[in-house]
Design a protein around this ligand. Structure first.
Ligand code: SAM
Length: 279
């Protein structure tokens, strides 16, 4: 268990798309003064050294954040807040979702971050040591979806970014989301998923639809056309209770990312409804 190490993948194309969309959702929450909470159920260590052995072994950030920085797309206004948040540590490092979220918080907002891997949880705790706006937990993130909801702010975002190692990950996501939504129907939930073959993606959509939870959209980015091979070609984010601006913003952000993140011009993106709003 817990074989997945995000250090091999930090700053790759999937991280860029996921984090740019995360920033857009948090920006929406900041339109109101009222405090919000960000809950990161699978947080990782929060900051990745791109010169580490792991990062150099795969070089995935080269076709991700580095390609974006080198392209005219880096000037796009729609990416400014994202690029600001990931550039604080310089080009040799890349922040993870909890640190990106932390950088967007105002004084009244809070972050709760869960990481189950004991070594990673310790690094995450050290990163935020002394920060009164952040709580880290060396706990199972699925627990956060149960007992720890709703947060006292009653507004906010739950990011669910599991490693997809377990065979039954889709079932865990659907069950975890259903339990969470019962406790906190008004929260925004963003669920990351890999896109390899279409059939798997369709199974995830069907499992989310089968929860009966209304108002779910998915933003999907493919960096190359689907082929026969079973490898990561795309990245998805399913959002429950999306901000009313989300579909349009996500489409615009992903369209800008097609050029820098696409493989030989073959990228595409779409925003689709998984479940409609309750009438
Ligand atoms: N969200 C992070 C980001 O965007 O920077 C990346 C997270 S990575 C894809 C998944 C993380 O979940 C890994 O660090 C792994 O150790 C952790 N993990 C695996 N199972 C978990 C569980 N049940 N609860 C909490 N964390 C878990």
């Amino acid at each position: 268990r817990l074989n997945y190490r995000h250090a091999f993948h930090a700053g790759n194309f999937a991280d860029v798309v996921k984090h740019a969309l995360l920033v857009a959702i948090v920006a929406y929450l900041k339109r109101k003064e009222k405090p919000f909470r960000v809950i990161d159920t699978h947080a990782g260590i929060g900051l990745y050294d791109l010169s580490s052995e792991e990062a150099r072994r795969t070089g995935e950030h080269l076709a991700g954040i580095d390609a974006l920085r080198a392209s005219p797309a880096a000037e796009a206004a729609a990416l400014a807040a994202y690029l600001d948040a990931v550039s604080v540590d310089g080009p040799g490092a890349y922040p993870g979702s909890p640190l990106i979220a932390r950088r967007l918080l105002r004084r009244q907002d809070r972050l709760s971050a869960y990481e189950l891997h004991p070594v990673d949880a310790e690094r995450l705790a050290a990163l935020f040591a002394g920060d009164v706006q952040v709580k880290t937990f060396a706990l199972d993130g699925w627990l956060a979806l149960g007992a720890h909801l709703p947060p006292k702010e009653k507004r906010g975002l739950v990011l669910i970014d599991p490693p997809f190692e377990a065979k039954d990950e889709i079932a865990s996501i659907a069950a975890g989301l259903a339990a969470a939504h019962r406790r906190w129907p008004g929260g925004i939930y963003a669920i990351w998923y890999p896109i390899k073959r279409a059939a798997e993606r369709d199974r995830l959509h069907a499992a989310l639809a089968a929860t009966g939870i209304p108002d779910i959209v998915a933003a999907e980015f493919l960096r190359e056309p689907p082929g026969a091979e079973d490898r990561l070609i795309g990245t998805g984010l399913a959002v429950v209770n999306p901000p009313f601006t989300f579909a349009q913003e996500a489409a615009a952000i992903m369209a800008i990312l097609e050029q820098p993140l696409g493989k030989s011009g073959g990228a595409s993106s779409r925003v689709v409804a998984i479940a409609s709003e309750r009438p």
